[in-house]
Design a protein around this ligand. Structure first.
Ligand SMILES: NC(=O)c1ccc[n+]([C@@H]2O[C@H](COP(=O)([O-])OP(=O)(O)OC[C@H]3O[C@@H](n4cnc5c(N)ncnc54)[C@H](O)[C@@H]3O)[C@@H](O)[C@H]2O)c1
Length: 316
């Protein structure tokens, strides 16, 4: 089976590539490296002859032209390409909008032309600052169309609308994974995503910056569970359906900071700072639909955090 992963040099994409390569699949990763890194896939390229990487932007004509059915046969597509990181909502807002619109259209068109199933990764951010708990997939969210985070939040909502159009008009076998906070090895330390930032700073005994009171909650899902979810959605998910993918164990950012400090044996202190960008108070996915596909979270927060600490230590 030949599987295309857009965003394949990113955190989730490179881990997904490794899992699929270990299962003897042929994997093609496409990435423009805007928030990902070639380092994430360097070892995989050396180890697996059935792994190919193309530095391409999914918004480009070159990308569409390179993967036409006459040139290659694709059996599955995981569409993960998108600039990420909350603070990048300001710095990379145009790139987010372009990738979620022009880019998603090119990727979904390939799925249509190859008659192959596709999973499109959306985000918990489509719920904005939610007013109902837990967030069920049918909840339409509470999102500002023009707020500081709107390029990402509305970009992803538009990608979802595009999936719905391709399903209705072209009968594409597309499914949507709404990913809540995932964490684990290969997560960039540069984009301020909280887990990576805390671990990197704790290992250097530097203060951990907690924005606001730290009482805001998130749920954290270890990468191996996230990958299981994506594959379950690909293999068993229904055409046109949306699946939340994440842990349903809420943790405050203060608790996460304390957990990281303890598990890393760190002398770091917690420093509260004003928010740099509008923050959302709480997040909690309803995961009944994903569980009905046979998915179960296996890695607890402390266990996953310890694994990630070990990874960051070994790669420093
Ligand atoms: N990690 C999480 O907690 C999380 C949560 C919600 C949603 N998601 C979604 O999952 C997907 C993967 O996220 P991630 O955490 O691995 O982030 P990441 O930034 O590590 O990976 C995304 C990859 O997409 C690439 N990319 C961006 N724009 C591109 C373009 N136009 N053409 C080609 N490549 C492009 C980036 O360079 C990067 O390697 C994203 O779509 C993200 O929105 C992730």
């Amino acid at each position: 089976m030949t599987i295309l992963i857009t965003g394949g040099a990113g955190f989730i994409g490179s881990n997904l590539a490794e899992k699929l390569l270990r299962a003897n699949q042929t994997v093609i990763a496409v990435d423009n490296l805007i928030t990902g890194s070639f380092e994430n896939i360097r070892d995989l390229l050396a180890k697996y002859p059935n792994f190919k990487f193309f530095k391409l932007d999914v918004t480009s004509q070159e990308f569409s032209a390179g993967f036409q059915p006459g040139k290659i046969k694709l059996d599955r597509i995981y569409h993960l390409a998108c600039p990420t990181g909350v603070l990048n909502c300001l710095r990379l807002s145009e790139e987010m909008i372009d990738t979620c619109s022009f880019g998603s259209k090119r990727v979904l068109s390939l799925a249509r032309d190859h008659h192959c199933p596709i999973v499109v990764t959306s985000t918990a951010e489509v719920y904005g600052d939610p007013e109902i708990f837990p967030q069920v997939e049918s909840y339409n969210g509470n999102v500002s169309t023009t707020g500081e985070r709107s390029s990402y939040e509305e970009g992803k909502r538009f990608s979802e609308a595009m999936v719905a159009m391709f399903v209705r008009k072209y009968k594409v076998k597309a499914k949507i994974a709404r990913v809540f906070n995932a964490y684990g090895p290969r997560m960039s330390a540069h984009d301020m995503r909280v887990h990576a930032q805390f671990i990197n700073r704790a290992l250097k005994n530097q203060p951990l910056s907690v924005f606001g009171s730290g009482r805001q909650t998130r749920t954290f899902c270890y990468i191996t569970d996230t990958l299981d979810g994506l594959i379950k959605i690909m293999d068993k998910g229904k055409q046109g359906e949306i699946y939340n993918l994440g842990s349903n164990q809420p943790t405050t950012i203060n608790e996460l900071a304390k957990t990281v400090i303890k598990l890393a044996n760190s002398k770091s202190k917690i420093k509260h700072r004003p928010h740099k960008i509008t923050d959302h108070k709480h997040r909690l996915p309803a995961i009944k639909k994903l569980k009905a596909l046979g998915w179960q979270r296996r890695v607890e927060l402390a266990q996953g955090t310890l694994k990630m600490i070990a990874y960051v230590k070994s790669s420093n």
